[in-house]
Design a protein around this ligand. Structure first.
Ligand SMILES: NC(=O)c1ccc[n+]([C@@H]2O[C@H](COP(=O)([O-])OP(=O)(O)OC[C@H]3O[C@@H](n4cnc5c(N)ncnc54)[C@H](OP(=O)(O)O)[C@@H]3O)[C@@H](O)[C@H]2O)c1
Length: 266
């Protein structure tokens, strides 16, 4: 019987992580590095925190590099991916963790504006598309190519009065787009490359500071969470690693909800 997890599931593999200066992308990058991957950490403006994640990867005995990456710019995406392929000679895993976190995307429909929605789609949906398009030729050659996109649990079957969860119309639409992109791409790229998405629920990251979500809404979100607490970035990372690893080898086209029970399928 195959031993799926020897603690070094990504030894000899190369992973690209976008949004690696962020809370979840950083956690994923560190976890991949801790399990042996060489990691290319793409950041937009958070060079220092991407560098911190790289230091942790190097401390674990793995290698990697950081590079500036703007996922709304095809030239930037193409250059970043080409550099990774040239530097390491292969790409096995792509994690699209870059996402726009902006209070303008957490408003009711009447307050939504088309410019904010356009930017959101350009980062979360088209950004993932651009990086996939650049990386797929390399992932195809890997033999174990895996893509993990970032959707979200927001808007699914939760209290409709909660401003965080069900009235962020544009955010839910963008993350729904990532779901559809994921399953369509999984069919298109099978059997060579597996494509899945992670759908985080409320994860302790930067809700109050970056999203400016009022404390009362955070309390409300927690009250609706069966597991009674926010998730940890490391718990998202572990789920991403499962999807990207050989143990997830029969899983494709899925959206894995990691939401403390916000969403219960089945
Ligand atoms: N935290 C949660 O509770 C939660 C829940 C559901 C879904 N998610 C999703 O999980 C993903 C990661 O979120 P997070 O919580 O880790 O937020 P975060 O800490 O703000 O990280 C997101 C990262 O995306 C990068 N980014 C934004 N626009 C970009 C662009 N145009 N080009 C390249 N990079 C760009 C940012 O880079 P710089 O910092 O370098 O500028 C940022 O570090 C997002 O897709 C988010 O929607 C998060």
């Amino acid at each position: 019987m195959a031993q799926w997890n020897n603690g070094r599931r990504f030894e000899g593999r190369v992973a690209v992580v976008t949004g690696a200066g962020g809370a979840l992308g950083g956690a994923v990058a560190k976890a991949l590095g801790a399990e042996g991957a060489a990691v290319a950490l793409g950041y937009r403006s958070s060079a220092d925190s991407a560098q911190e994640a790289l230091a942790s990867i190097e401390a674990a005995g793995s290698s990697g590099h950081t590079g500036q990456l703007e996922v709304t710019d095809s030239d930037s995406v193409d250059a970043f991916v080409a550099e990774v392929a040239e530097r390491y000679g292969r790409i096995d895993v792509l994690v699209n963790a870059a996402g726009r976190i902006d209070p303008a995307d957490a408003v009711r429909f009447a307050d939504s504006d088309v410019a904010a929605f356009t930017t959101l789609l350009d980062v979360d949906l088209l950004g993932s598309f651009r990086v996939c398009q650049a990386a797929v030729p390399h992932l195809r050659e890997s033999g174990n190519g895996a893509i993990v996109n970032f959707s979200g649990s927001y808007g699914n079957g939760v209290n409709q009065d909660n401003v965080v969860n069900s009235v962020a119309v544009t955010y839910c639409a963008a993350k729904g787009g990532v779901r559809a992109f994921t399953s369509a791409l999984a069919r298109d790229l099978a059997p060579e490359i597996r494509v899945n998405a992670i759908a985080p629920g409320p994860i302790a990251a930067n809700w109050e500071d970056d999203w400016e979500i009022p404390k009362e809404h955070i309390d409300e979100a927690l009250a609706m969470t069966p597991l009674g607490r926010m998730g940890k970035p490391e718990e998202i990372a572990e789920s991403v690693l499962y999807l990207a690893s050989d143990g997830g080898g029969y899983t494709t086209g899925q959206v894995l909800e990691v939401s403390g029970g916000w969403i219960m399928d089945g």
